[in-house]
Design a protein around this ligand. Structure first.
Ligand code: XMP
Length: 512
């Protein structure tokens, strides 16, 4: 890890806290998020070159509002307070805040006076994103307002001598037209940092770090075929070569050709993967099961059993690799010091009986898009790196009702056509997840001169940032028409295709 330059993002619970950190890294500066309650000593030990306070839902004057040790402002480290961060800075340094006369939510025109380093090179008036009901009323001594909106006289404040800055708007949000410039001005101009956080250097450092940690030990990784575990596998392989064994449990619920593609990609890179063909084991246990939760439980349990059976054959293992990524670490509320083992995302539990000394999480400092960049850097094919999310229980939750080999085959073929056409239409990067669902509904149709009585297939496509909420995707009708006609013509036993036009909430992304 590059120790020379780093920014600390102190999290006050704002909805954009991860975004702040992402933007900083997009500026080529390494940063970490820590909770606002991080003791001053820990902040000092982290030795940041700049500190950013995120926004947050609290009001500084209310009881129990998050506070920090004011000595933080005397560290000599530049601070940028965003929204609540600006108010907190003002409050702690002798100014005050009040309820804003006019609450501002959404886009606001911000005008700066041309005197602040924070706005260097930015046109005098431009749109920034506001979301606040409180504002700075009386400035703390040594501060001046350097930008205003029609309703807010303290849209940005500064004490350049002490390198303390505050903004009422959210520079991290894309709607803030010059938001990135404000952040760059803070990072490069005020903190004196450089654009030097690069995936290539990160990759080399991470490989060396893993190598040092593992020494001569034996490493085991459960490969799911998803982006995170694949990238983790390649990284570890670069670090320790043959000391790494990956186990890829093929539960027979993967998409068309997916298992082969994973094996091929890993094979090209020389990663040793044991593929366990456990289709029969899973299908036998799932036979006749229709309840979604029962399906999920069975698959989770069976996965662990298969994994344990295989790993037992390897004898003692020293390290188990997990593909935990940064948002998981932050969202579990630990901000970096986690000893809690996160349950395996794709399978819903960690094997209890696999003996290992330690967990390695080589991606725990990376955001999803950085994991993808790292994957490319390490030589994984784009098709794998840009793979859309796929649930651990696989197609089992996309075959409604009981699961049979025949139904899985129908779904695989239909799903492959849908994916192909979405890609042909150039929509595969803008739609975040898209797949087919085989309903257990049959209906009457007519094909040629004959009557059919076959399955109804549903298409699902969503656009989302975080999968917590999602909008159904407005796929052009002509694309839908092509998909529908190809599916009913090319896939036997489907005579009707419907498109799911429900957002989340109230629906979920998956049907089960
Ligand atoms: P839902 O259906 O909950 O899906 O709206 C949100 C996102 O999570 C994925 N998903 C899963 N991923 N194991 C996973 O690794 C699971 O059991 C699982 N269930 C849903 C889903 O595909 C969507 O991206």
């Amino acid at each position: 890890m590059n120790k020379q330059s780093r920014v600390l993002v102190l999290d006050f619970g704002g909805q954009y806290n991860l975004l702040v950190a992402r933007r900083v890294r997009e500026c080529g500066v390494y940063c970490e998020i820590k909770p606002w309650s991080t003791p001053l000593e820990a902040v000092r030990a982290f030795a940041p070159d700049g500190i950013i306070f995120t926004g947050g839902p609290a009001t500084v004057s209310e009881e129990g509002a998050p506070m920090i040790d004011p000595a933080m402002f005397a560290l000599g480290v530049p601070v940028l307070g965003i929204c609540y961060g600006q108010q907190l800075m003002t409050h702690l340094l002798g100014g005050s805040c009040r309820m804003a006369c006019t609450r501002e939510y959404g886009k606001a025109e911000v005008t700066h006076d041309g005197q602040s380093a924070l706005f260097a090179g930015i046109e005098p008036t431009s749109v920034f994103w506001m979301s606040h009901g409180v504002e700075v009323d009386r400035l703390a001594p040594g501060f001046r307002a350097c930008a205003v909106t029609a309703d807010c006289p303290t849209a940005a404040i500064e004490n350049p001598e002490k390198k303390l800055y505050g903004v009422q708007f959210h520079p991290e949000v894309l709607h803030s037209v010059h938001g990135m410039e404000v952040l760059k001005n803070f990072l490069y101009g005020i903190c004196g940092l450089k654009n030097e956080w690069k995936m290539s250097s990160y990759s080399q450092e991470a490989i060396e770090e893993c190598r040092a940690k593992v020494g001569g030990g034996k490493v085991l990784l459960a490969l799911s075929g998803g982006v995170d575990s694949s990238v983790a596998a390649v990284l570890l392989h670069r670090a320790v070569g043959e000391q790494l064994t990956c186990i890829f449990v093929d539960h027979g619920l993967l998409r068309k050709d997916e298992g082969d593609q994973v094996m091929e990609a890993m094979g090209v890179l020389g990663v040793r993967v044991i593929r366990v063909n456990a289709q029969k084991r899973f299908l036998d246990r799932l036979a006749g099961v229709t309840d979604p939760e029962t399906k999920r439980k069975i698959i989770g349990e069976e996965f662990i059993r298969v994994f344990e059976d295989e790993s037992r054959k390897l004898g003692r293992v020293d390290f188990l690799v997990q593909g935990t990524i940064y948002p998981d670490v932050v969202e579990s509320g630990v901000g970096g010091e986690s000893v809690v083992i996160k349950s395996h995302h794709n399978v819903g539990g960690l094997p209890d009986h696999v003996q290992f000394r330690e967990i390695i999480e080589p991606l725990r400092r990376l955001f999803k898009d950085e994991v993808r960049q790292l994957g490319i850097e390490l030589g994984l094919p784009e098709s794998l790196v840009w793979r859309q999310p796929f649930p651990g229980p696989g197609l089992a939750v996309r075959v409604i009702g009981d699961i049979t080999e025949e139904k899985l085959a129908i779904l695989r073929d239909a799903d492959a056509i849908f994916r192909e056409e979405v890609a042909n239409a150039g929509l595969d990067r803008s739609i975040n997840q898209y797949f087919a669902v085989l309903t257990d509904l049959r209906s009457v149709g007519v094909m040629g001169d004959g009557r059919t009585y076959d399955y109804t297939l549903a298409l699902r496509a969503v656009e989302t940032q975080d999968f917590m909420t999602a909008n159904w995707s407005r796929i052009p009708y002509d694309v839908l028409e092509r998909v529908s006609s190809r599916i009913v013509n090319e896939v036997k036993h489907i005579n009707r295709v419907v498109y799911d036009i429900t957002s989340k909430p109230p629906a979920t992304v998956e049907w089960e």
